[in-house]
Design a protein around this ligand. Structure first.
Ligand code: TRP
Length: 335
């Protein structure tokens, strides 16, 4: 099946396998993937090579992390009968395209990329970064373009990287002839989720996450110790919802009750514990079906079988694209 025969447009998106996925991933990208999987032909990349752009010294984590991220995607509701989930390093056409693209993407464009700058700061790479880290947006352009994707649902922080893919597609088409669509980034309504500790972002390295695999008890404990409005000492003190972590979760997951909760918080007629208990119910409504699907997919060999099938489909699409690329670039030497 491909876009020409099904008439559907294509999605490519995915994750670095660096650990379990959390609710930040859920609102940032997973929810959109699940919602759009029937409308778009969908490819989900498990970006193991990109993980090595920062974790090259710990490849031994990849076998576990690759399967965990796949299982998280399946648990979130991606249907392996209609979606292709595949491993980046096992699609050689992505590596080939990365090399061709790297001939015309300038170092300055990468150096000035806002995502690269921010991440270089986070990892302490400002003074000395690897060629692979600086170039990961080029490799990501190949991730997206190898299957000629139209749409890329991502978290807000990835939009500048998707911009490099758009530029790459445009520039390739200008230089060699039209092969690629210009892929569009799709940001979710809730771009980012605040961490349980009130920090700007849920992030594994900050240890402030609710994971998709957390049990009810774990979620309850985490919510109960989450930071709220520090000015509220007694439960009938008037609150400031705009600075409260839990209120930001209501905004992300509980739109219907938002005006009511806001008013009661301001008036001091709902206490933080009651507000957190309500949030627990809302999150449990999301995580309960996720847990059920996890049990269903977490069977010996099942995840590998899904990855093998998805990788085969990806290689098939990759070879079709490479045919077009080689024709356009005069590198189709033999028939
Ligand atoms: N860079 C993405 C992240 O860190 C993961 C990723 C790799 C990706 N290749 C991609 C996302 C292609 C979208 C499209 O989360």
């Amino acid at each position: 099946m491909n876009a020409e025969t099904t008439g559907r447009k294509r999605i490519l998106t995915g994750d670095r396998p660096t650990g379990p996925l959390h609710l930040g991933h859920y609102v940032g990208s997973l929810q959109n993937r699940v919602a759009l999987q029937k409308e778009y032909e969908t490819f989900i990349i498990v970006a193991d090579v990109q993980t090595l752009s920062t974790n090259f010294d710990h490849p031994e984590h990849l076998p576990v992390d690759v399967r965990q991220v796949t299982l998280d995607n399946l648990s979130a509701g991606l249907d392996p009968d209609i979606v292709n989930i595949f491993i980046q390093s096992m699609v050689p056409q992505i590596a080939e395209l990365t090399v061709f693209f790297s001939m015309f993407i300038t170092v300055n464009r990468l150096r000035h990329n806002p995502t690269i700058k921010t991440e270089a700061g986070q990892y302490g790479f400002e003074e000395n970064m690897t060629y692979g880290f600086l170039g990961y947006p080029v490799s990501q352009a190949a991730d997206i373009l190898f299957c000629r994707a139209d749409l890329v649902p991502v978290g807000e922080d990835q939009l500048p990287v998707v911009e490099v893919s758009r530029f790459t597609a445009r520039r390739f088409n200008e230089l060699y002839g039209k092969v690629f669509p210009e892929p569009e980034g799709l940001k979710s309504e809730t771009a980012r989720l605040v961490g349980l500790d009130g920090q700007a972002k849920m992030s594994k390295s900050l240890g402030n996450c609710i994971y998709l695999h957390d049990s009810t008890e774990e979620v309850r404990k985490k919510l109960m110790s989450a930071v709220t409005d520090p000015a509220r000492i007694h439960k009938d003190d008037p609150g400031h919802p705009q600075i409260c972590t839990i209120f930001s979760y209501h905004r992300a997951f509980n739109r219907g009750e938002l005006p009511d909760i806001e008013e009661r918080c301001r008036k001091g007629t709902i206490g933080c514990v009651a507000c957190k208990t309500r949030m627990l119910q809302v999150i449990e409504n999301i995580l309960e079906p996720v847990r059920e699907r996890r049990i269903q997919f977490d069977k010996p060999g099942r995840v590998d079988e899904i990855l093998k099938k998805g990788t085969e489909a990806a290689c098939f699409e990759g070879s079709r694209t490479m045919q077009l690329v080689r024709e356009a670039m005069h590198t189709d030497y033999f028939d």
